[in-house]
Design a protein. Structure first.
Length: 216
């Protein structure tokens, strides 16, 4: 779940923990926050099967695809992220578990895949890192690489205001952009169909929402 904001190759990205020196805390934080359980919900909803080609956007240190590879044998999985340090950790995890998962440095707005080549696109806690233009480009790229009937399954923070603190947070543009109605509209604007909310829940760091869409 690395977004865009630190400079590399004339583009910027936001490291997973906000600062590069905090990367060693990424996995401990994820465990404490129960992100593995949330990833499990995403995988349950994605109807994943052996033989499918899977892409994760903003894979960070590879926690989701590692769990997926251990759950579903014989998948063709690729994770992309702009952060090379996070990708090194992801590759070590794959090797440690004997999983043939590939990882590549890339941005969500320029996916290194041909048209109509992927059965499932997954993304977890990445979308809110992107501004409106970046998000639009990323979702158009998802539409481009998905095969007909292929599905996008994503989860992200739920920007719905809740109480006094929620109202303050909602004034932050990228939190406001995570309102479910805005996410659903962005999915539709990218040319995806069957756009729908797909559950969600609450973690100690706040609420999250799940969404699905497919390529027509």
């Amino acid at each position: 779940m690395t977004g865009q904001s630190h400079h590399t190759d004339a583009q910027q990205y936001l490291p997973g923990m906000g600062k590069h020196w905090l990367l060693p805390l990424y996995d401990p934080f994820s465990r404490l926050a129960g992100v593995g359980r949330i990833h499990g919900q995403l995988m349950d909803r994605a109807n994943l099967r052996s033989g499918q080609r899977i892409l994760e956007i903003g894979c960070g240190t590879g926690n989701l695809l590692t769990a997926l590879g251990r759950r579903v044998p014989d998948i063709d999985a690729l994770g992309i992220d702009p952060d090379p340090a996070a990708l090194r950790r992801a590759r070590r995890k794959a090797a440690r578990h004997g999983l043939p998962i590939r990882y590549e440095q890339a941005f969500a707005g320029a996916l290194p895949l041909p048209d109509d080549s992927v059965d499932r696109v997954l993304s977890a806690f990445m979308l809110h890192h992107l501004d409106d233009d970046e998000r639009a480009r990323a979702l158009r790229e998802v539409r481009r690489v998905l095969r007909r009937g292929g599905e996008l399954h994503l989860l992200d923070i739920d920007g719905t205001p809740s109480g006094r603190r929620g109202g303050k947070a909602h004034r932050i543009a990228r939190v406001a952009a995570s309102l479910p109605e805005r996410v659903l509209a962005a999915l539709g604007d990218a040319g995806l169909t069957g756009v729908a909310s797909n559950g969600g829940g609450k973690a100690w760091f706040g609420r999250f929402a799940c969404y699905r869409a497919e390529a027509p």
